[in-house]
Design a protein. Structure first.
Length: 305
């Protein structure tokens, strides 16, 4: 059986919730606090596993309480963690997340052990690559490691999905290796050098970002859903209306569920629909990994939408 191979970050999210986000130099009191497992790589791995995919992860944590917390959450979700190594020389990555009553957030990330994941670590994890049917990457690990993983995927003939987040430029050589590029509006605007003010403009930007016939570009649009642009695909799927509590990890839910559906051979349009539903469901709960929906929850909302 093919597995989803997620190569990326593992963090402990230090989450504070306040009535509103502070302005520069301002202190806002009355907040609540929680420590929650997270990191884009870990979030996407768990999202895919909860959606029913067999998942293996490659990553680095610190040999500390935060690392043990994140690792336990991955194991609980059924993710294979044989290639997640605990380091004594670096702490687990952390993210300070502040959310407000409107569900918006501000995030600052300290990479910690994620910065120690090297190209050699990826290249030598042969057992992880052996059964991979789709590789998922993000940009919270060092750029040379992302490139090495992309090249390894191409050399092995394994499709690659890159979530180009957090927003950062990507090289032309890396772009050419991508089969599925998933970005939000901010990330798409950075890569394309032009603004997005509607889903039709997002479609134009996505088309401009395509580098080869086999490449598909997905732009997530928050409450407006998502668009898909490929040689034979051009569609917009709106999001269902939900009561937004916290938007943290909505994008990771989208990516993980999209990857799980693609691995299972679900047609692109149906895979995108499941991903949009998953992203919407993630907004209805607090936190990162705690908000990621199960396959049953996705199925139920799909049936009602």
């Amino acid at each position: 059986m093919h597995r989803l191979l997620v190569i990326g970050s593992l963090n402990a999210d230090l989450v504070m919730r306040a009535a509103r986000l502070p302005r520069p130099g301002e202190t806002v009191g009355g907040a609540t606090f929680a420590v929650v497992p997270g990191g884009k790589g870990a979030n996407q791995a768990v999202a895919a596993a909860r959606a029913g995919a067999p998942v293996t992860m490659i990553g680095r944590i610190g040999d500390d309480v935060f690392g043990h917390l994140v690792l336990a959450e991955l194991v609980r979700a059924g993710v294979n963690v044989d290639h997640v190594r605990a380091l004594t020389a670096a702490p687990t990555g952390t993210a300070q997340i502040v959310t407000d009553d409107a569900g918006q957030n501000a995030i600052v990330v300290a990479p910690g052990a994620n910065a120690a994941l090297t190209p050699a670590d990826v290249d030598t994890a042969s057992a992880a690559w052996r059964d991979a049917g789709l590789v998922v990457l993000q940009l919270e690990i060092p750029p040379p490691t992302v490139v090495a993983a992309a090249r390894q995927a191409r050399a092995r003939g394994i499709p690659l999905l890159l979530n180009a987040a957090p927003a950062a430029p990507i090289s032309a050589s890396l772009h050419a290796l991508i089969d599925w590029l998933v970005v939000n509006e901010t990330e798409a605007e950075l890569l394309a050098g032009r603004p997005i003010r509607s889903w039709t403009e997002a479609m134009d930007v996505a088309a401009a970002l395509r580098r080869h016939d086999g490449q598909r570009i997905v732009v997530t649009l928050g409450a407006s859903g998502a668009i898909l642009s490929g040689k034979e695909d051009a569609l917009h799927l709106p999001a269902p209306r939900v009561d937004v509590v916290d938007t943290t990890a909505a994008g990771d839910a989208f990516v993980g569920v999209l990857a799980a559906a693609l691995l299972a051979g679900v047609p692109a349009a149906d895979a995108l629909r499941r991903a949009v539903i998953a992203g919407s469901l993630a907004c209805t709960k607090n936190g990162a990994i705690p908000s990621l929906p199960t396959a049953r929850e996705i199925d139920e909302l799909c049936a009602r939408s």
